[in-house]
Design a protein around this ligand. Sequence first.
Ligand code: HEC
Ligand code: HEC
Ligand code: HEC
Ligand code: HEC
Length: 183
Amino acid sequence: MPRPLRPAPGPAIARVDVHLPDRLRGISAEYDDFMHIERNVACNMCHSMRQPKALPQSPAELDEFHQGLVFRHGTLSCGSCHLLGDQTALRRADGTAIPLLDAIELCRQCHGPQARDFDHGAHGGMSGHWDLSVGPRTRNHCVDCHDAHAPQIPASRPVLPPADRGLTRAGALRSSTTQGARR
Ligand code: HEC
Ligand code: HEC
Ligand code: HEC
Ligand code: HEC
């Protein structure tokens, strides 16, 4: 007898959210508070107090803070994405500001095909529920996976397949007790 079909998903009641990494809110202070939660210092803690004369031309110019930033992103310059004097925002191609938390809008301007793939779920991955009548879904943010300054994902090396420790050399399944005894 064929199994009866499951009912079609009900109306979507849960939301799809995009994960917002802490790096879009500030810089890690590299210490934990008493709850063992890593502290984050908002960009404007420092940037509201300094008025720079110009954006750097290269990361080597950063000697007071943010030293060691690696930059490898096509032929872009810092001013392609950053504004002078407002580090709570990023720069749209027409010069207007986008809040730091909307960084996807920045990436989207120049990476149309990936943004389109992201929108229909073929790029960037997700966690949670497919069926939004059951529960919510969370999408990853572009900068969860790509460093905005050096976005290339390193090529992966092919390696040997993992040894399946549940199988003997002959391919027969070993019982879990003998497996435990061997360790
Ligand atoms: C602890 C203080 C501090 C925090 C927090 C901080 N910055 Fe900065 N930032 C600085 C200082 C100081 C400079 C100047 C460095 C230099 O020129 O050597 C700077 C420089 C920069 C520059 C180069 C342009 C300029 O204004 O000189 C950018 C872009 C920048 N920061 C972005 C950010 C962003 C985005 C955040 C949050 C994610 C952030 N910063 C958080 C202190 C800070
Ligand atoms: C493609 C867009 C883009 C370009 C080009 C770019 N940035 Fe950024 N930058 C970002 C985004 C997005 C963030 C916030 C997220 C993060 O920190 O990764 C950021 C954050 C920063 C921060 C604070 C946090 C950190 O990562 O240290 C500094 C400092 C910074 N940028 C400096 C620079 C400098 C200097 C240049 C030029 C050499 C530059 N950026 C070029 C997009 C860009
Ligand atoms: C102003 C245009 C612009 C913006 C904004 C921009 N990019 Fe890029 N991106 C480029 C260019 C140009 C290249 C280099 C293409 C090449 O070399 O073929 C590139 C390359 C890349 C690559 C491929 C790297 C490689 O070497 O294979 C990734 C991944 C990437 N960008 C991600 C991002 C993300 C994530 C953001 C948002 C934080 C972003 N880009 C914002 C223009 C941009
Ligand atoms: C779950 C992690 C993840 C997220 C989130 C993600 N990407 Fe990627 N992206 C990758 C990986 C992995 C590759 C490398 C694919 C490859 O080398 O074949 C890639 C490749 C790229 C490339 C280079 C394509 C090429 O053919 O060289 C661009 C541009 C890019 N992503 C942009 C984006 C943008 C824009 C976003 C946000 C809308 C985004 N990515 C979100 C993992 C991610």
